[in-house]
Design a binder for this molecule. Structure first.
Ligand code: MHO
Length: 211
């Protein structure tokens, strides 16, 4: 397992950030997720004062386990990039963090555009500053399930520690239905949940997960 300094980062905008937070959090090799605002020019965005920013999920990943190409593939299939956004905050957008990612993002966008007669709304915004969203938006789906969230909050009492924990990212992925409950046994050490919370998560995941 890589040290935090060796992790790669990339951010994605695909409609309301609650869903992508769970989707990316469920992927093998994704270590952390953070939702926030990026891509605009107005200062100090918040949810109530988002200005021209886009709801964004920022992903920390181990490049030995998952590639930027894998994340791009997930991005394209998880939303309809040909649809015009209902509002600016739901803009489809890629936020590459390195020149290599930017190159891959452009090539990938060209491929997808070719398959859709060029009609994509997706923007590519390099080097965009990222502002963390409010704590209640972090792992939002997970927060609705206190039988799982409360024991995790006991381990990570501070909002930021909870939001940034690999365990919360993964649990949120299960709650979103993006990871099979058959994997819970292997994930036990990473989740660090008491048995009752694990069983609660199994029930939720079994209900949500469609193979
Ligand atoms: N207001 C919508 C989207 C929220 S997302 C943080 C909802 O409640 O589902 O934009």
């Amino acid at each position: 397992r890589r040290a935090p300094a060796d992790l790669s980062h990339a951010a994605f905008g695909l409609w309301c950030f609650w869903g992508p937070d769970a989707l990316f959090g469920a992927q093998e090799g994704v270590v952390r997720t953070t939702v926030g605002y990026a891509g605009g020019g107005t200062p100090a965005p918040t949810y109530e004062d988002i200005g021209d920013h886009i709801e964004t999920v920022r992903v920390a990943y181990d490049p030995d386990q998952i590639s930027y190409a894998d994340l791009l593939a997930l991005f394209w299939t998880a939303h309809d990039p040909t649809r015009a956004p209902l509002k600016r905050q739901y803009q489809s957008a890629l936020f590459p963090a390195t020149p290599e990612q930017a190159e891959q993002a452009r090539a990938s966008r060209s491929d997808v555009a070719a398959a859709h007669d060029g009609a994509l709304s997706t923007e590519i915004i390099a080097d965009a500053p990222f502002t963390r969203a409010e704590p209640y938006h972090q792992k939002h789906k997970l927060r609705r399930h206190s039988a799982v969230a409360d024991p995790l909050r006991a381990v990570y009492p501070a909002d930021r520690a909870f939001a940034d924990s690999p365990a919360a990212a993964l649990a949120n992925g299960y709650v979103g239905g993006h990871r099979s409950p058959t994997r819970l046994t292997d994930d036990a050490a990473r989740l660090g949940l008491p048995t009752t919370a694990t069983e609660a998560l199994r029930t939720i995941a079994a209900d949500r997960h469609r193979a």
